[in-house]
Design a protein around this ligand. Structure first.
Ligand code: MN
Length: 740
């Protein structure tokens, strides 16, 4: 009787599931009885249902649970949720029932999966792309609630894709394209590579069946090559490893149909030109590493891997550009492995992956291992895995009501494909960052304090602004100033979620904190000017400074970004426009009545003049050179003077400064600084207020965040000038000050 054998098959599948759970980690009696209950609930709830293929529905949840436990490597909670994943949507069992029996977490995970299914159905019935995006947002939100929701949806999808054969062609295409759009990138991001590879192949089977058949035919034709490779490549490697006393497992694989096809398309090559059709994985047992402290064990493992690398590349020539060292620089999902591609005696390239058992476990079940541990130790505080961190970031972003759904989905997709760059700290440590990261992102990645006060960085000893986009391998030293705080403009300079959240947080609290202060300052200003505070005037202020909200206005007044001079401008109270401040010819400067220089007796009576090329100031070592009947006084190190002196020794006049004269000399300094708001004001304040010097002219040009300035000013002597240079150098953001 067919009925009975079907029941038996169901029981067998269930036993297989329990076995799989046990082989991951010991199963407590409580876990086992919960799995059994979940199985029974699902079996009863789906009792009258069959899938399109004709088989009992319960085979589907059982298969999903098996994928979750066996292929992903998750634990009992995943098994329970997988068994129950379709009951709430398709049967009379309610979420409350599940919560009462299995607790909150299971109910929430099942709820997440159910929500995704509902949103997907709505999305399918809708052609409008923006409302589809809205649905994707719902899907993503449900997914980000708990990493298990994504895991289970992926397992569910994998089983559906494996059994898509009995569906209508249109349905096949719809499910395939959704798989391609959402689930494959997710599998990739979660590091579930074998699931990703299989989904890629399945999608291709349904969307491009002719090409799929063609390429899989060609792969089958190379079976002879595979046999040859075993003889002339695998065998000698085994001999070498045995001779070296290594304990290892060797696995070989042929590239999947989809990855062959992708390579042919991306590289524009024919099937025969695919050089890494074959790959070999060498998994080393390093029992000595067990029980060692983590760092030491890792060092030993790395050494072993490199020993094998040296052995193999000593015999088979490697392609140098294909070396990938994920051991010293693990991927952000924890992947560690050493990859190289070597030439074999039959003239084919073969990719060789070298790793240890521990690394292999991480590569195969790395992310699941983290969750498995958490399941087994529910009361322990376990550090968030990178995946959980990433989900948290996505969640914050998805919940932002100001973002439109389409952008969010794009942003999410982008975050799935983020590549990494490696940045070195001044101490030589490596920090992993998403590509497109800027100096600001890096600063926040190290510490929020460093980010909050970042004014730029030295990248390979070159000064760059906060928005500079970093490249892999650069050494970055963050420059900070305690006077610098995050501002809205910073949001344009930061790419990573982490940096942007910090900046927003900072601005939000800062603004709130300083509102009163700003209000008070404005009131004081208006009182002094005998102006009444009215709503029209507030509106006028906002218009004038192009500010949208009161809180921003008060904040800017509180910080001094809008100062009393600016307020005066707004109410037409200012006497002069601020631009004049920076280019004021100083006619009233006393020009020397008596010469500031003393010369030797032979040249008394000659007119002396400071040379315009080197602009000596009192205190500089100087030399006079007779030029056109006058004595031009140069600094002794002036290149012009050196040239003149070498050519016309007879014109040299010993000259020194007349002491006791208070004469101002025109001189100039150049400034290189990281451009920021208020920099110019601070420079002029130092010159005019602190040093009480007269400025002749100041120009400051900013490009790409870097300011280059020239200041012409009058100083009395060299020590004035030295002090000024010192003061200017102390200004936050100023990198270089040089006398002209
Ligand atoms: Mn399902």
């Amino acid at each position: 009787m067919e009925e009975i054998s079907e029941e038996k098959q169901v029981e067998q599948k269930y036993d297989e599931l329990i076995e799989a759970c046990r082989s991951n980690q010991p199963l407590s009696p409580e876990d086992e009885s919960n799995i059994f209950r979940a199985f029974n609930i699902a079996r009863n709830a789906h009792a009258d249902t069959r899938r399109k293929s004709g088989e009992l529905y319960i085979f589907h949840p059982l298969a999903v649970a098996l994928i979750a436990v066996k292929e992903v490597g998750l634990g009992p909670i995943a098994a329970i949720c997988a068994l129950l994943h379709d009951v709430v949507e398709d049967t009379d069992v309610s979420l409350d029932n599940l919560r009462a029996i299995f607790g909150n977490r299971v109910a929430r995970i099942v709820d997440g999966v159910t929500k995704i299914d509902k949103a997907t159905m709505i999305a399918e019935q809708n052609d409008n792309f923006s409302s589809q995006a809205e649905n994707y947002r719902k899907i993503l939100l449900a997914m980000c609630d708990d990493a298990y929701v994504i895991f289970l949806k992926l397992c569910d999808r994998l089983h559906n894709m494996r059994t898509l054969g009995s569906m209508k062609d249109t349905k096949k295409l719809a499910i395939s394209s959704e798989t391609q759009y959402l689930y494959i990138p997710l599998a990739h991001r979660l590091g579930l590579y074998s699931i990703k590879t299989e989904l890629d192949d399945l999608v291709m089977q349904y969307t491009n069946p002719e090409k799929y058949a063609e390429i899989s035919g060609k792969i089958a034709d190379t079976a002879g090559t595979e046999i040859k490779l075993k003889e002339c490549f695998t065998k000698p490697i085994k001999n070498m490893l045995d001779a070296g006393g290594f304990r290892y497992t060797i696995k070989t694989r042929v590239k999947s149909v989809y990855s062959c096809w992708k390579k042919m398309q991306n590289k524009g090559v024919s099937f025969d030109e695919i050089f890494d059709l074959y790959a070999m994985r060498i998994i080393l047992d390093v029992p000595q590493a067990e029980g060692m402290p983590t760092e030491e064990a890792k060092r030993l493992e790395a050494e072993e891997c490199f020993k094998v690398y040296t052995l193999i590349t000593g015999q088979f020539a490697p392609e140098p550009s294909r070396l990938r060292d994920w051991i010293r620089n693990p991927k952000n999902n924890g992947y560690e492995s050493l990859h190289t591609t070597v030439m074999t005696p039959i003239g084919r390239w073969v990719e060789v992956q070298i790793r240890t058992t521990r690394m292999d476990r991480i590569a195969e079940k790395g992310i699941a291992a983290h969750f498995l541990y958490k399941e087994a130790h529910p009361n322990e505080v376990v550090k968030q895995s990178p995946v959980e961190e990433w989900l948290g970031q996505i969640r914050t972003s998805l919940e932002d009501p100001n973002k439109n759904a389409l952008d969010l989905v794009e942003e999410f997709k982008e975050s799935l494909y983020t590549k990494e760059i490696y940045i070195f700290t001044p101490k030589g440590e490596t920090i992993k960052m998403p590509s497109r990261s800027t100096v600001l992102d890096f600063a926040y990645a190290i510490h929020s304090q460093l980010g909050d006060h970042c004014i730029g960085a030295k990248v390979n000893a070159r000064v760059v602004p906060i928005g500079y986009r970093l490249h892999s391998g650069e050494q970055v030293q963050i420059l900070t100033s305690q006077k610098t705080y995050p501002s809205e403009q910073w949001l344009d300079e930061a790419q990573t979620q982490r940096a942007r959240e910090h900046i927003k947080d900072y601005i939000r609290t800062r603004k709130k904190d300083r509102r009163e202060e700003g209000e008070e300052k404005l009131k004081q200003f208006l009182d002094n000017e005998h102006i009444e505070l009215t709503t029209e005037r507030i509106a006028r202020l906002k218009r004038y400074f192009s500010i949208d909200s009161d809180i921003d206005l008060y904040y800017k007044i509180a910080t001094g970004e809008i100062g009393s001079e600016d307020l005066k401008q707004c109410f037409h109270l200012a006497k002069s426009s601020p631009e004049l401040l920076f280019l004021r010819p100083l006619d009233d400067i006393s020009t020397p009545t008596t010469s500031p220089f003393l010369t030797d007796i032979a040249h008394e009576g000659f007119e002396t003049q400071p040379a315009t090329c080197c602009k000596p100031v009192q205190g500089d070592r100087v030399i006079g050179i007779v030029t056109d009947g006058k004595i031009m006084v140069h600094r002794t190190n002036c290149p012009n003077a050196i040239h003149e002196m070498a050519a016309h020794e007879d014109r040299i006049v010993r000259t020194r400064w007349r002491t006791g004269e208070k004469i101002a000399f025109l001189t100039g300094v150049t400034i290189t600084a990281i451009d920021r708001k208020g920099l110019l004001q601070e420079i002029t304040r130092v010159i005019s207020d602190d040093m009480n010097l007269n400025m002749r002219a100041i120009t400051l040009e900013a490009s790409e965040g870097l300011g280059q300035g020239l200041i012409m000013l009058y100083v009395h002597n060299l020590s004035d000038l030295d002090r000024l240079i010192e003061r200017l150098r102390a200004i936050d953001g100023v990198e270089k000050v040089q006398r002209v």
